[in-house]
Design a protein around this ligand. Structure first.
Ligand code: ADP
Length: 382
C-alpha cells in the first residue's frame, strides 16, 4: 500500500507516551497505542528514549514503513503567552518550552523529553509543537484576567490560559461543518467532558471564554480534580489541618472531583454504582448531581457571555457516551430555546444533532479527535 505520507502524533506524559500514526489527508489513524509505566520498577522501559525505541519497533512490526513518516506532531500542554499557533520545533523553541515548565511543572518537562527523544529518532522530518493553550490566546482581556493584584499577576505570569484548546477548536469547527455553516457565522458552547473536563464559549470561530484557567484545575468537576473552589479553603486547610503545598496540590488534583465525592473517578463505574443504590450508590449519586449542577452553571454563564448561542456540542469520553449527562445538563431550558430530543439523544453514532426541531439552539454530539487536529497542523509544515 503506497502512502503519500503519515504524521506521527506524540503525547508524552511523565510516565507514558501516547502515540498515533495518522494519515492526515484521509483523516484516519493507521496505528495507535500507548507505552506506559515508563521508568517504573515493573514497567516495560527504563526511560522515554527506550519508550520511543519500543514504539519504533511496534510500528515496524505492524508493517509500517517508517520512511512514510513525514512529520512528527507533539502535543505540548503550556505555550504561555509566547506560543499559540503550531510551531516548527527548533533548539530555541525547545528551550522556551522548557522555561514554561514554571507554569506547567507536571506537564511541560515530560513534553520536552518526548520532543528531544523523538527528534533524535526522527532527525530528518519536521517536528511541530501544538499547544493545548493555543486556541485560548484570543480570550478577551476581561476573560483572561484574574481580579488579583496587577503587579503580582504580571511578575508571575498569572492569568487564565485555558487548556484542551486543540479539542475545543476542532469540535467547534466540526460543529459548523455538521450544520453546513462557516465557523465565522456561529456562536458555540463546547463541553469537553473526559477525565479532565472543560467548557468553552466560541464566537465566530474564536474562543471568548473557557473554564480552565492558569492551570487545568479551574472550572468543571472532573474525574479527580475539584474544579472551582473557594481559595479560602486552602488557607483554612493550611491553618487548621497543617497541610503543605504538595499535599494541597495532591488533594485538589488527585483526590477531589468525582473521586473525592464518591471514591470513583471513572464515569462508567460511577453510573453503575449510582444505579446499584445503597450507601455507595448514594455517594455516587451526589457526585453525579454536583457534576451536573456545575455543568449547568457554566452553560448558563456562557449563554450570557455569548448572548446568542447557535450550537452546544458535547464531546470526549463522557460527553460522547453518556446520554443522561447531556439530558440532565440541559433539562428544563426550553424557555431559553434549548430542547434535547430524548430519542435522538439516545440513538445514533458519530457527529449528530440531538436537539428537537423546535430547539432554537442546536445541540450536538461531536466526537473529538485531537490527534487528527495535531497531525493536520504538522502536515502544514511538510
Ligand atoms: P481523557 O481525558 O483521559 O482523554 P476520555 O475523553 O477518554 O478521557 O474520557 C474518559 C471518561 O469517559 C472516563 O470517565 C470514562 O469512564 C468515560 N467513558 C468513556 N466511555 C464511556 C461510556 N461508554 N459510558 C460511560 N462513560 C464512558
Amino acid at each position: 500500500m503506497s502512502n503519500p505520507g503519515l504524521v506521527l502524533v506524540l503525547n508524552s506524559g511523565s510516565s507514558s507516551i501516547k502515540y498515533q500514526l495518522v494519515d492526515p489527508e484521509a483523516g484516519t489513524a493507521v496505528v495507535s497505542g500507548l507505552v506506559e509505566q515508563i521508568g517504573e520498577a515493573d514497567g516495560p522501559v527504563a526511560d522515554h528514549a527506550a519508550g520511543l525505541r519500543l514504539l519504533h519497533q511496534r510500528l515496524t512490526e505492524s508493517g509500517v514503513d517508517l520512511v512514510t513518516v513525514r512529520a512528527v506532531g507533539h502535543r505540548v500542554v503550556h505555550g504561555g503567552s509566547r506560543f499559540f499557533v503550531p510551531t516548527l520545533i527548533t533548539d530555541a523553541v525547545v528551550a522556551e518550552v522548557e522555561r514554561l515548565a514554571e507554569l506547567a511543572p507536571l506537564h511541560n518537562p515530560a513534553n520536552v523529553i518526548g520532543i528531544e527523544v523523538a527528534r533524535a529518532d526522527f532527525p530528518n522530518v519536521p517536528h511541530v509543537a501544538v499547544f493545548d493553550t493555543g486556541f485560548f490566546h484570543s480570550l478577551p482581556p476581561a476573560a483572561a484576567h484574574y481580579a488579583i493584584n496587577h503587579d503580582v499577576a504580571t511578575e508571575y505570569g498569572i492569568r487564565r490560559y485555558g487548556f484542551h484548546g486543540t479539542s475545543h477548536e476542532y469540535v467547534s469547527r466540526e460543529t459548523a461543518a455538521v450544520l453546513g455553516r462557516e465557523p465565522a457565522e456561529l456562536n458555540t458552547i463546547v463541553l469537553h467532558l473526559g477525565n479532565g473536563a472543560s467548557a468553552s464559549a466560541v464566537r465566530g470561530g474564536k474562543a471568548v471564554e473557557t473554564s480552565m484557567g492558569m492551570t487545568p484545575l479551574e472550572g468543571l468537576v472532573m474525574g479527580t480534580r475539584s474544579g472551582d473552589i473557594d481559595p479560602g479553603v486552602l488557607f483554612h486547610l493550611y491553618r487548621t489541618a497543617g497541610l503543605g503545598v504538595e499535599q494541597l496540590d495532591e488533594l485538589l488534583n488527585r483526590r477531589s472531583g468525582l473521586k473525592g465525592l464518591s471514591g470513583i473517578n471513572d464515569f462508567r463505574e460511577l453510573l453503575e454504582r449510582r444505579a446499584a443504590g445503597g450507601a455507595s450508590g448514594e455517594a455516587a449519586g451526589l457526585a453525579y448531581d454536583v457534576y451536573i449542577h456545575r455543568l449547568r452553571k457554566y452553560v448558563g454563564a456562557y449563554l450570557a457571555v455569548l448572548g446568542r448561542v447557535d450550537a452546544i456540542a458535547f464531546t470526549a469520553g463522557v460527553g460522547e457516551n453518556v446520554p443522561d449527562v447531556r439530558e440532565d445538563a440541559l433539562a428544563g431550558l426550553d424557555g431559553l430555546g434549548i430542547i434535547v430530543d430524548p430519542q435522538r439523544n439516545r440513538s445514533g453514532k458519530g457527529a449528530r444533532v440531538i436537539s428537537a426541531d423546535a430547539s432554537r439552539t442546536t445541540v450536538l454530539v461531536v466526537p473529538t479527535n485531537e490527534e487528527l487536529a495535531i497531525a493536520r497542523a504538522a502536515w502544514e509544515f511538510v
